[in-house]
Design a protein around this ligand. Structure first.
Ligand code: SAM
Length: 244
């Protein structure tokens, strides 16, 4: 017990000694690392270099303001981090890749399933006009709401619900991003995707190989899917067993 308290006190001291300038530098280092990873994975993802708009958004969002205080010093490490309730904030490279695959445009309305820390929603909100994000764990949804408000994001709507069913009243969406792994692509989300829209979603089992999938709906409503990369995500939970 004493040891745990000591660790918490030490990490808080460490956090308070990191200045805003240090975070800025760490954020720029993270951006460089993401671009070099995109070069290495470009043959598989089809994106050898991520767009300026995606990288500018990642350069703006204060990731350290969206993670728990005890993990702040690692906020810009290129790996997932715990955010409480058994959940994680995704690796920055994966956030960049999923954002790139969505092909976001300024006038777009995007749905995110799995708000978590609110980081992915903030990255999207830097690019598109409206972001709708759903979180199933109430305390995480509430914390993200407070943090995103504190950071001044006014174009993000959040709700606590099972995101498997999407957000019908707010749809249809130009893009949908799911940040938890599902056993299949939820049919309600396909319905809520506009013709011409993109959905990015990890598909697979909790302890099996998971594949990041790009789902494209063409202008006639025909759906095409493509495997992008093997990934590792926390599961999409909730009581859904069948499609709506
Ligand atoms: N996008 C998040 C971020 O930027 O921090 C990371 C999300 S974390 C990898 C996955 C999140 O999906 C968790 O917060 C989890 O509670 C949430 N989740 C799992 N199943 C869900 C569901 N059916 N509906 C909505 N959210 C869900």
């Amino acid at each position: 017990m004493m040891f745990r308290i000591l660790i918490i006190v030490l990490s808080m001291l460490l956090v308070s000694s990191v200045t805003a300038g240090d975070y800025e530098q760490k954020r720029m280092d993270m951006i460089e690392e993401i671009q070099s990873m995109s070069g290495l994975t470009g043959n598989k993802t089809g994106h050898k270099r991520f767009s300026d708009k995606v990288m500018t958004a990642l350069a703006k969002v204060k990731r350290h303001e969206l993670v728990p205080e005890t993990t702040r010093v690692n906020a810009y490490a290129n790996r997932p981090l715990p955010i409480g309730h058994g959940q994680t904030i995704s690796q920055p490279y994966i956030v960049a890749l999923m954002t790139e695959l969505l092909a976001p445009e300024a006038e777009h309305k995007i749905l995110e399933v799995g708000t978590g820390s609110g980081y992915q929603a903030a990255v999207l909100a830097e690019i598109v006009s409206q972001v709708y994000s759903i979180e199933i764990i109430e305390p995480l949804g509430q914390r993200a709401q407070q943090d995103l408000q504190r950071l001044g994001y006014q174009n993000i709507q959040l709700k606590v619900a099972d995101g498997y069913y999407g957000w019908k009243e707010a749809g249809p969406f130009d893009g949908i991003i799911v940040t938890a792994v599902a056993s299949h692509i939820p049919p309600p989300l396909i319905k809520q995707l506009k013709p011409g829209g993109h959905m990015v979603i990890p598909v697979g089992g909790r302890f099996q190989v998971q594949q990041l999938m790009l789902v494209e709906k063409d202008s006639n409503g025909k759906v095409k899917t493509r495997q992008i990369l093997p990934v590792r995500f926390v599961p999409l939970t909730g009581g859904h067993t069948t499609a709506e």
